[in-house]
Design a protein around this ligand. Structure first.
Ligand code: SF4
Ligand code: SF4
Length: 89
């Protein structure tokens, strides 16, 4: 019998828990809705929980809280998210 006890710390992202993290951003993820397949990966993996699902099931990024980490662009299976320089958009 295993008598060891383990404690786990699980971090669950919540929008705004670190303030308006959009102020940190130097790169902006931009979704190409012509490519998006509505797979929801970006919504699930966003580290700030700042991608909402619209009524038509398309993702929508809340730029007040998106910090430009690029995780959403990396997990998108169809490369529908492009990280653009803030200065360009
Ligand atoms: S870059 Fe993408 S994953 Fe990162 S915070 Fe912004 S929307 Fe979320
Ligand atoms: S991961 Fe890409 S294809 Fe999937 S919902 Fe997000 S933008 Fe669309």
């Amino acid at each position: 019998m295993n008598d060891k006890n383990f404690d786990f710390a699980i971090s669950i992202p919540s929008k705004g828990s670190g303030g308006k993290t959009g102020l940190w951003r130097t790169k902006r993820p931009v979704i190409n809705y012509d490519k998006c397949t509505r797979c929801r990966f970006c919504i699930i993996f966003c580290v700030e929980n700042t991608i909402d699902e619209k009524e038509n099931h398309l993702p929508e990024i809340d730029y007040d809280y998106c910090k430009g980490c690029g995780v959403c662009a990396n997990v998108c299976p169809v490369n529908a998210i492009e990280m653009k320089d803030e200065a360009e958009v």
